[in-house]
Write a protein that binds this ligand. Structure first.
Ligand code: NAD
Length: 641
């Protein structure tokens, strides 16, 4: 058989190629991979002569054509796969995961490839409650959290695959698998971070309370499941793959540390990361009973799987050490500012380091990294949102007038976020079923910012009906971002930068963080650059101020009971050059009654007490607890005056 593996230079793809070569030595294997930051030809080095390798993007039709021609089957792993990175570079996720998948299928149909297997994830089902035995099955409706762009794009990719399966004769199958572990995993994911940190004497970061649960499967078990689906799977079917090995992160950290031969004080608690779903668990009954799959490592031999993985990372330091220095790049629309996404080993979180686009950086960056950034992100997102919405029973059962109104709101950039929130609302909440949306009431337009009251008809499990509503304003939950701006001089954080503004709703002049609502087609990076200029007069495109680092601090709801406005928080670190801002010295206060305020970090206690911007307080709390950045808050602080 001639088999094409997409994304075969990535973690699971490479492991699958090794598995296949051993199990089916007579077969011809082709691999197509764009070698993004996560792809690594070194993963295939020992067997590179036994396969045909095509370095290409799956969006490159001509190259895809060459790679596909004459194959009997395609196993499609290629994807952008890291949730944290998707926060900053969402367009890449749509481009590869959704559009790339569609192009691949289209070309496969044209070339009459008989068999296509699509690799997906359990994240498309959303999250499960912690204290329940519920597991995902093939019948679970898709409900990825809307802010987990990785999951959203994979869900849409699955929809694309199912569409092709219905509309063409190609024999297509899908598998949705749980968290994989094993050799060749990029050292930005939980188990490799833990092991590589231990090797280097760095403590193992454990996010949040450590109770988040994942179902861990060894890559060899995943590979055997795919093999079986290719052999015996039924046309058009989906199979869930997991080894009944749901464990919380604390357990994983403790097992890794113990099997490594160290004490539990090697675990360091750090605040949770953005979009960290509580629990995923898979019921793999279908593949076990219908196809006879049996994981070899599974739950029973999990310790052995972990031991073998630890040993692999110990013995293959030449493989992972260079990867620690690897950075993925994003740029602003003007290509003037580049950001490198990189791992902070201490906290296990992704950092965004900024700098001007310099000659020396160019050599590190492949051409393919530069193209297709921020392209039509929101147009694709519009399609996804509308698809999600139309899948909801409550939406289907709403009146045509309401549907028409929502269609209109989805096309208006200022209310798109509102519709995005609606699309994420599941048919059922705890004990309640949403029957339909009954009323959308708008505040007067002349207020300049939209305000919408939304009313649903709801029935509880005693069959009692009631109305439920909420009020949203601005952009709804995708309501942009608030920025805690930290000013750095000579390597030291010296000031917070606020705006002081007259705020009508609050009825006074207030300290206010920069930020607000992005434009529909605006990238996160461009939005931040624009907000710094507009709100604080900090022009990072010109000399004197440099955008240095952005740390994602998650989302905060100002009032979970009333509104659904739910912006992201970021800490933004800007460097002030000595020449341009000689007057801003550490400890000095720079305050305009209305305008920019530079507040010395040493006087933080005064600001915490007088500033009633809850986003500032939340951002400060999250940043200081995150461990990702240390600010010397006590320096120069006034004592009891
Ligand atoms: P990975 O990031 O290690 O590998 C992805 C590979 O795809 C890389 O080699 C990368 O270079 C390649 N790639 C990315 N964009 C491409 C493009 N546009 N064209 C061609 N190649 C491209 O990811 P992984 O963890 O090995 O995941 C592989 C697949 O398995 C993904 O589809 C992922 O959604 C799915 N999955 C992963 C897990 C997990 O635990 N890692 C669990 C379930 C499902």
């Amino acid at each position: 058989m001639k088999l094409l593996v997409t994304g075969g230079a990535g973690f699971i793809g490479a492991n699958f190629v090794y598995y296949w070569l051993e199990k089916h030595p007579g077969d011809e294997i082709r691999v197509i991979d764009a070698l993004t930051y996560a792809g690594n030809l070194e993963n295939l080095r020992p067997i590179i002569k036994k396969i045909k390798f095509f370095e290409a993007d799956i969006n490159d039709r001509a190259k895809v054509h060459d790679a596909i021609k004459g194959v009997d089957a395609i196993v499609h792993f290629a994807a952008e796969s890291h949730v944290d990175r998707s926060i900053f570079d969402p367009s890449r996720y749509w481009q590869t995961n959704v559009r790339g998948t569609a192009l691949l299928l289209d070309e496969a149909v044209k070339l009459k490839v008989p068999r296509f297997h699509h690799i997906s994830t359990d994240e498309v089902y959303g999250e499960l409650p912690l204290n329940s035995d519920e597991k995902f099955t093939e019948k679970t409706p898709y409900s990825p959290r809307p802010d987990n762009l990785y999951a959203l794009s994979k869900a849409e990719a699955d929809n694309v695959v199912l569409d092709f399966s219905k509309k063409t004769d190609m024999f297509i199958t899908i598998s949705n698998c749980s968290n994989n572990y094993g050799p060749y995993q990029f050292p930005e994911k939980f188990i490799p971070i833990a092991v590589t940190n231990l090797i280097d004497g760095i403590r193992v970061p454990l996010h949040g309370d450590g109770r988040n649960v994942r179902d861990w499967i060894h890559t060899s078990d995943h590979a055997s499941a795919i093999d079986l689906i290719l052999e015996k799977g039924k046309k058009g079917e989906t199979y869930l793959v997991g080894s009944n090995n749901d464990r919380d992160n604390k357990y994983i950290a403790e097992r890794v540390v113990t099997l490594f031969g160290k004490g539990l004080d090697e675990i360091r608690h750090v605040p949770d990361r953005h979009s960290n779903d509580r629990r995923y668990a898979i019921d793999a009954t279908k593949i076990i009973t219908e196809l006879g799959w049996k994981p070899k490592v599974g739950r029973e031999n999990f310790d052995d799987g972990l031991k073998e993985t630890i040993k692999w990372y110990r013995n293959n330091q030449d493989w992972w050490r260079p990867l620690l220095k690897r950075r993925a790049m994003i740029t602003d629309d003007n290509r003037a500012i580049s950001a490198f996404i990189t791992l902070d080993r201490e906290t296990g979180k992704t950092k965004f380091i900024f700098g001007r686009f310099e000659e020396k950086d160019k050599s590190e960056v492949k051409k393919s990294d530069l193209k297709e950034h921020f392209v039509e992100e929101n147009l694709v997102r519009h399609e996804i949102v509308m698809k999600n919405l139309r899948a909801k029973k409550w939406y289907q059962d709403s009146s045509s007038m309401i549907k028409e109104e929502i269609d209109k709101l989805a096309l208006d950039p200022s209310t798109f976020g509102y519709v995005e929130d609606l699309a994420a609302r599941a048919d059922t909440l705890v004990g309640d079923t949403i029957l339909r949306l009954t009323k959308i009431v708008h505040a007067e337009e002349k207020f300049g910012i939209y305000g919408i009251a939304t009313w649903f008809e709801v029935v509880d499990n005693k069959k009692e009906m009631r109305s439920e509503g909420f009020y949203s304003w601005g952009w709804g939950p995708k309501s942009g971002a608030k920025l805690l701006v930290l000013v750095r001089r000579k390597g030291e954080i010296t000031h917070f930068a606020f705006q002081r503004e007259q705020k009508f709703p609050a009825g006074g002049v207030m300290y206010n963080l920069a930020g607000g609502f992005p434009r529909l087609n605006e990238s996160v990076l461009d939005f931040i650059i624009r907000s710094l200029k507009r709100d604080l007069n900090l022009d990072v495109r010109n000399n004197g101020v440099t955008l240095n680092e952005i740390i994602s601090l998650g989302r905060v709801s100002p009032d979970t009971g009333m509104t659904n406005n739910h912006p992201n928080l970021y800490a933004v670190i800007v460097d002030f050059e000595e020449k341009k801002y000689p007057e801003v010295q550490a400890g000095d206060k720079f305050e305009e009654n209305v305008g920019i305020v530079l507040w010395p970090v040493g006087e933080i206690s005064e600001m915490v007490n007088k500033c009633d911007d809850s986003y500032f307080l939340a951002a400060m709390a999250r940043l200081t607890l995150s461990g990702i950045y240390t600010i010397n808050l006590s320096e120069n602080s006034r004592k009891n005056d």
